[in-house]
Design a binder for this molecule. Sequence first.
Ligand code: ADP
Ligand code: MG
Length: 694
Amino acid sequence: MPNVTELYGSLVFNDHVMQERLPRATYKLLAQTIKEGQPLNLEVANVVAHAMKEWAIELGATHYTHWFQPLTGITSEKHDSFINPSEDGRVLLSFSGKELIQGEPDASSFPSGGVRSTFEARGYTAWDPTSYAFIKDGVLCIPTAFASYTGEALDKKTPLLRSMNAISREAKRVLALFGKTVMQVSTTVGPEQEYFLIKEEDYAERLDLILTGRTLFGSAPCKGQELEEHYFGAIRPTVARFMDELDEELWKLGIPAKTKHNEVAPAQHELAPVFLTTNAAIDGNLLTMELMRKLASHHGLVCLQHEKPFEGINGSGKHNNWSISADGSNLLDPGSTPFENLQFLVFLTAVIKAVDEYQGLLRMSVASAGNDHRLGANEAPPAIISIFLGDELEAVVRAIVDSTEYTFTGDVRMDLGVPVLPTFIKDNTDRNRTSPFAFTGNKFEFRMPGSEINLSDANTVLNTIVAKALADFADAVEGASDFAKTAQDYMKQVLTDHQRIIFNGDGYGAEWQEEAEKRGLLNLKSTPEALSQYIEPANIELFEKYGVLSKVEAESRYEVKLEHYSKKVNIEGLVTARMAHARFLPAIIEYSSVVADSIAAKKSVSSKLDTSAEEALLEKLTGGINAITANIEILEAAIKEAVATEGALANATAYREKVIPAMEALRAAVDEQEIVVGHDYWPVPTYNHMLFYT
Ligand code: ADP
Ligand code: MG
C-alpha cells in the first residue's frame, strides 16, 4: 500500500512547494498572478524558474517542455534539456525565466486552418501559471497556451482561458448587484472519463482498432449488456491492478482520481476525479487519458478511448460536470436562505437562457466523427440539446413563469415573493440519465461530450454563453430602483421565453424528436451539420464580443474541424476496404473451398449422399464473397468521389453522405459472413472474444 498522503502531488510544483521553495516576496507576486491574473515580470519569473529547475532536478528531471494543446485536441511536447555547455567542457544546468514564460516551437505542422502559412511558421507558447507545472517521465512539463506570432490562438487552451475571464467578469457584475465583492470567480469541472480495456493480443490482430480506434467490423456478441452484470460489478483482477497503478500515478501528478468502477458495457470502465478549476481539470483529464493508454500496456491491455469502439454496445462519454464558484463557494448550490435563493435563481436562469439561445454552439462543441456514433444512439443523449431540471426545480420555474405560488411540503414563502427552494436531495435531481444537460443538485452535468474529446471546446462555449446571459441580466437590472422586483420580472420574462429548452422526459424516445421539432429546438444529427454553427454570424459576434475568439480564429477552427472529420472518415473508409479485401475475402474464400471440397468428396463417394445443407452454405458463402466484392467497389468509388470534392464543408458532407453509408453496407456484408464462417477460419478476434476475457 502506498502512502497516499506522501505520494499525492509529489511530482507537482504546487502551491505547497512554491511556499517552501520561493522567497516570500516572489511567492506573493506569483500568487497574485495566479489568483488575480496580474502579469508576471521577468525578474520574478527568473526566480521561479530557478526554483522550479532545482526542484525538478532533485526529482530526476533532465529536460523541460512547454506542454500545450494544439487544435488536434491532444497534447504536444518538445523536450529541451537543461544543459548549458561551458567553455571548459563541462555543463551547467540552467533554466531561465524567459524559458519558463515563453517558448517558440516550430509550429508549421500543427493545424491552423489557414491562420498561419507554413512560411511564417513561428508560433509561441506562453506559460499558464494557473495550472501547476509537473514532472512526467523525467521531463518538467510547463502547461502553456499556444498562439501565432500575430497573437491568434492556435490551441484549445487560449480561448478557454479567455472564456473563463469573460464569465468571471460578468459573474462579478451580477454578484455586485447582490452587494457582494469577490476576488475570484471561476468555473469548475469534474470530468467523468469512460473507456474500454481489451487484451493487447486481440488489439494487435485488428487493423481497424490500431488505425481508427474502433472496430469497423464485427457482428453482435451472443451476450451483450442485457444481464446488467457488468455495471458496478466486481472488477477483473487484471483491470483492478491497472486501476491501482493508474490511481497512484495520477495522485503523484496531483490529479484527484476519486471514483472507479465498471460501466454498463462489458469491458467498459469509468474514472471520475474530484472537480477542479476548469483549465486544471482539463489538463488533468488529458494527462489521465495519456496515462491510461500508457499504463494499460503494463498489464497486457489496451485502453480504447474512442466514443464507439464496438457497434451495438454502449459507447463512451465524458460527462462534464460544471459549476461556477466565487471565492470557493458554489453559485449553483441552491442554499437555504432566501437571499441566496434569489441569487441562485438568477444564475440558474442565466444557464437556461444561455443553453437555449446557443444550443447550436453547444452541440457544435462536442461534434466529432467518433461522437456521431454515440449521440442519438440508444445509450447516449440525443443530438438535441435540452435541460433536465428535476421535478422540484421545474415546478419552481413553472411557478415563476405562471406567477403562481410554489407549494412544497414545509414550504416557506420568502418576502421577495420568490418561492423558497426545498433543500435538494441530490438523488431527486439525478434520475434522468437520458438528458444531455442535467441539473444534478448543485452543478450541471453536460453529458454529450465524447470520451475522446478535449473538453476545452465544450467549456469555452459553456463559459462564454453563460457570461453573455449574466451580462444580459446585469444590463437589465443595473441601476434599477427596486432590484428584487426588477430581477424577478426579468427572470419571469426570460424563463417564459426559454422554457422550451426544459425537458424532464425520456430523451431517447421518438416522441421527443417530434416534440423537440415542435418546440423549434435544433436537431443537428451529424458533425458537418453541427460544425456550421461555428460560423453563424450570431455566434461569431458572441465570441468576438466576449473576446474569446476573433472571426478569423472561429473560421479557422471551423476549417480545422471539418478537415479533421474528413480525414478521420477517409482513414476509416480505406481501412474498411483494405480489411475486407485483404483479410475477410481470403478467409471466406478459403472456408468456402473447404466446403466445396467436402461436397465434391462426398459426391465422389456416393451420389446418394445428401449434400444440400453444405450446398446451401456454399451458396451463402459465395453470395457473401460477391456482395463483399461489389461493396468494396462501391466504397472505393465513394472515397474517390469524396476526395475529389472541393471545399471543406462539401468534402465533409461527401464523406458523411457517401462514404459512411458505403462503409456500413460493406460492414453488413462482412458481418453476415462472420456468423456463417467456421470460427477457426475467421481472421480477426470477434466481439464475443474481445469483450469477454479474464
Ligand atoms: P455520477 O453520479 O454522475 O457518477 P458523481 O457524483 O460520482 O456523479 O461525480 C460527478 C462528478 O462531478 C465528480 O467528478 C465530482 O467531483 C463533480 N462535481 C461535484 N461538484 C462539482 C462542482 N461544483 N463543479 C464541478 N464538478 C463537480
Ligand atoms: Mg457516471
